[in-house]
Design a protein around this ligand. Structure first.
Ligand SMILES: Nc1nc2c(c(=O)[nH]1)N[C@H]1C(S)=C(S)[C@@H](COP(=O)(O)OP(=O)(O)OC[C@H]3O[C@@H](n4cnc5c(=O)[nH]c(N)nc54)[C@H](O)[C@@H]3O)O[C@H]1N2
Ligand SMILES: Nc1nc2c(c(=O)[nH]1)N[C@H]1C(S)=C(S)[C@@H](COP(=O)(O)OP(=O)(O)OC[C@H]3O[C@@H](n4cnc5c(=O)[nH]c(N)nc54)[C@H](O)[C@@H]3O)O[C@H]1N2
Ligand code: SF4
Ligand SMILES: [Mo]
Length: 762
């Protein structure tokens, strides 16, 4: 067995620390986009691809799931990070058979994620056989022969796990889940399990749909927009354009975040020349620097202030008609709130009292409120409580189911929401399985499969022998890197459908196969005909995505074609599906989706319309598909961390130059970090108490279930962060996150609230 991973990349030798920025976008953003595109793709090709990004006849941006305008597109409809995502995929670097001949797997294991990612695009199917240290080419036919044989040999289909990352198109995802269920298992974990699962669980329970209710247009009608646990300047940059417009229309913005993220404070639109000079737009009216994982305490404090104001001035704060007609459970919530003291809650939240009252005052006076959130709320033990508490606030204000108001869990991967709609889910509903049974005439497995954390456990326990990934980087994205690595190495076979090399290809099962696929930017031709795929964004709009670039290699297959070949190799015609016909024209796949999944009526016609179509969303229309047909107030738990002296609560976050586990560059411009990533942000007072100085090198150590986990050699950075809070970048910090510590109800790892202590290196 190979050495697991060389984690000790040494302390950061080139690291530069400057003061954080307070303005996002602007000229630095334009320069950064151009540098990445010119460096990776070249000017001419790069510009051609960029001008197709997010256009009606172009490709969906793989950068994130932020929605595009419904009825118009400007010539330049992308942001700095969209440009970086394109540069990363359309790069001229190649990870071809020569590359694999030159570099052994054990040598590449010692590379940083940045170095691994810069190897370029995969060009050929590759295999590494047991005991070998180099990948070598394999034909597509032989690859599927190996995979088919292995999957058929397993004593039960539950001994295989089929992971999905969120870039996979609707068409590929639908075929993939169909194949997996025909094979006989619901072991379909996905990146969502680590991402917005907590949102899905909380929203389904309270408002009857696990997706957000707002459209892009609602931002322009809102009176108040709350942005919680989200860093849009980096992760959803075009959201800043929407916030800027919302402000112009009179909306107030409340930011709830331990950090004063540049993009939330103020913004210059990089594509509006007039915005690049003069004063930037100030976005945030009130910033509440909440302590990590104290959002329930903060929200409860605000709820109590609202309740009190309503008591003093009846009828001015709550929407009584909405509460009476559309909700259940307010009395229980009001009763429970009595147990808490406002001052205690505010103290627990770490926010100054005046600020909490100022924010509550803004909320009290508004009738149309949108709350946006992302990973800052979904990756804690009480993450589901976080989101249900947001729903409590919106319900009190009657702010769901009308224009300018509602829930907005801002999704990450560009089609993570669509993949779920297509059935990538380890706990499919009865209705979904009944529909599959009706359309495809087979008996789908009814028992739940493994989610991401359960998959890690099952692999470690030897219950799973084949791990198959449709995209993503399972090893680096999941917590507890050392543990997960050991587990994956026990598998008989690991298979990855990928565009680029990542750590999951280098820490692999006894035998490993890489199946290289087309990316979003590339033309997909089947039987001489150009195909397009479709995706669903954060607002529930399904629309087409067409690549325009010549594929980087003639050996690449599309994801749908790979799934079809997999199904044929494993099921060998016993399933009654004509996979070849489906691949020859993706319209045939969409016809099957239409027959199986509600909301896709006339899929092929409507997806061809500019901008696509909205899926039904009852909550958006003010109807709640809960068992009682009403939205539900809930009672939610505040966090229960008891931090000892010298302990910190660590959040693992993204830098400005990364896409999840893909490291675009070594800078985090907005936070003033250059040429380094192994840093830990700490409050100056805490540093003084711990006798630490900026530049000191520490190990981060967590201790759960008497097991010590350690992430070595992080450089201390003094930062404006609440006391006893710490921040570091993922995936480097994942070694200290225990895989089995998860959110109640959603099983999402606690990537934003890990108790750690710091050990100074001498
Ligand atoms: N460029 C780029 N774009 C991306 C991605 C990327 O890696 N790079 N990833 C994509 C994906 S998959 C996702 S899911 C999204 C992620 O988008 P985000 O959720 O914005 O990503 P994170 O960096 O995890 O940021 C979490 C934010 O929450 C704050 N936070 C942390 N803990 C708490 C807390 O307890 N309470 C509150 N109120 N705030 C907290 C942090 O300070 C930070 O601002 O972005 C998507 N878009
Ligand atoms: N500590 C910590 N851990 C986290 C998080 C956190 O905030 N903190 N965030 C979590 C979240 S929100 C998410 S979504 C997960 C992300 O988990 P994943 O989705 O598994 O990880 P990514 O880094 O997005 O995957 C990148 C890889 O996808 C492949 N790829 C890119 N484009 C394509 C394509 O078009 N097709 C195919 N087949 N492959 C492609 C490339 O090979 C690339 O190396 O990580 C989670 N992990
Ligand atoms: S906001 Fe997201 S989807 Fe839109 S251009 Fe930027 S990265 Fe791409
Ligand atoms: Mo995500």
């Amino acid at each position: 067995m190979f050495k697991v991973i060389n984690f000790e990349v040494g302390t950061e030798k080139k690291l530069k620390i400057k003061s954080p920025k307070t303005v996002a976008g602007g000229i630095p953003s334009v320069i950064s986009s151009l540098q990445h595109v010119a460096g990776e793709v070249g000017w001419v090709e790069g510009t051609k691809v960029l001008l197709k990004l997010n256009q009606f006849d172009g490709m969906d941006c793989p950068g994130c799931a932020w929605p595009d305008p419904d009825d118009h597109r400007s010539a330049v409809e992308f942001c700095e990070n969209g440009a970086k995502a394109i540069a990363e995929e359309a790069t001229t670097a190649r990870c071809d058979p020569d590359f694999f001949r030159q570099h052994s797997i054990s040598a590449m294991q010692r590379w940083t994620d940045f170095e691994i990612g810069k190897s370029g695009r995969m060009t050929h199917p590759m295999i590494v056989r047991e005991g070998q240290d180099h990948y070598e080419p394999i034909t597509w036919a032989d690859a599927f022969h190996e995979i088919g044989e292995k999957l058929r040999e397993l004593s039960s289909p539950h001994e295989a796990v089929f992971y999905t990352s969120g870039r996979t198109s609707n068409e590929a995802a639908f075929l993939y889940q169909l194949f997996v269920r025909m094979y006989g298992t619901n072991n379909l974990p996905d990146c969502s399990n680590m991402c917005h699962e907590s949102s899905g669980v909380a929203l389904t329970e309270t408002v009857g749909i696990g997706k957000g209710s707002v459209k892009l247009d609602d931002f322009y009608k809102a009176e108040v927009i709350v942005v919680m646990g989200q860093n849009p300047g980096t992760n959803h940059p075009r959201m800043l354009t929407a916030l800027q417009q919302a402000k112009k229309n009179g909306a107030k913005i409340i930011s709830i975040n331990p950090l004063a993220e540049a993009g939330l404070i103020s913004f210059r639109h990089p594509q509006h020349p007039l915005d690049l000079v003069g004063k930037p737009s100030v976005l945030t009216d009130v910033w509440l620097p909440v302590k990590i994982n104290e959002d329930v305490a903060l929200l409860k404090a605000m709820l109590k202030i609202l309740v009190e104001k309503e008591r003093r001035e009846p009828g001015t704060v709550f929407d009584h008609d909405f509460i009476r007609d559309k909700t259940n459970g307010l009395e229980l919530l009001l009763e429970d709130l009595k147990r808490f003291d406002v001052d205690q809650l505010i103290l627990k939240s770490g926010v100054a009292k005046e600020k909490v009252f100022a924010a509550a005052e803004i909320l009290a006076g508004a009738k149309k409120i949108i709350v946006c959130w992302a990973m800052g709320l979904t990756q804690h033990k009480n993450a589901v409580d976080n989101i249900r508490e947001i729903v409590n606030l919106l319900l009190l204000k009657g702010s769901i189911g009308k224009p300018g108001a509602g829930t907005c869990p801002v999704r990450g991967h560009s089609n993570v929401q669509g993949d779920r709609t297509m059935g990538i889910y380890e706990k499919p509903s009865k209705q979904f399985l009944d529909n599959l049974q009706r359309v495809f005439d087979f008996e789908p497995p009814r028992e739940s499969g493994y989610d991401t954390v359960e998959s890690i456990q099952a692999i470690a326990d030897g219950k799973v022998n084949v791990f198959f990934a449709m995209g993503g980087n399972f090893l680096s994205a999941t917590p507890d890197t050392g543990f997960t690595a050991k587990a994956l190495q026990q598998c008989d076979l690991t298979v990855q459908v990928s565009t680029k090399l990542n750590r999951s290809h280098l820490v692999h099962g006894k035998q490993a196969i890489i199946l290289p696929c087309l990316g979003r930017t590339e033309v997909d031709v089947q039987e001489g005909e150009e195909q397009f795929v479709s995706v669903e964004n954060s607002a529930g709009v399904v629309h087409a995505s067409r690549g325009s670039k010549k594929p980087v290699s003639e050996h690449l297959w599309s994801e749908p074609k790979i799934v079809a070949a997999l199904a044929k190799a494993v099921l060998r015609g016993k399933d009654g599906v004509d996979w070849d016909k489906l691949i020859s024209n993706y319209d045939a796949i969409r016809d099957l989706i239409e027959k199986t999944i509600p909301g896709f009526e006339q899929y092929n016609q409507r997806v061809r319309k500019d901008g696509g179509f909205y899926l039904p969303n009852a909550a958006r229309d003010g109807n709640f598909n809960t068992p009682s047909a009403k939205a539900v107030f809930t009672i939610n738990a505040v966090s229960d961390h008891v931090l000892q002296e010298k302990e910190f609560l660590l959040m693992t976050i993204r830098s400005h130059d990364q896409y999840n586990t893909t490291i675009y560059g070594m800078d985090d411009r907005y936070r003033g970090i250059y040429q380094g990533r192994r840093v830990v942000f700490l409050n100056a007072v805490d540093m003084e108490q711990a006798k630490l100085q900026q530049g000191d090198v520490v190990d981060m150590v967590s201790n759960y279930d008497s097991l010590e986990r350690r992430a070595k050699d992080f450089v201390v950075v003094s930062y404006d962060i609440p006391q006893q809070c710490a921040a570091a970048y993922f995936p480097e910090a994942n070694e200290v996150i225990p895989y089995h510590q998860v959110a109640r109800g959603s099983q999402t790892p606690i990537s934003k609230s890990v108790v750690i202590r710091l050990e100074k290196k001498s």
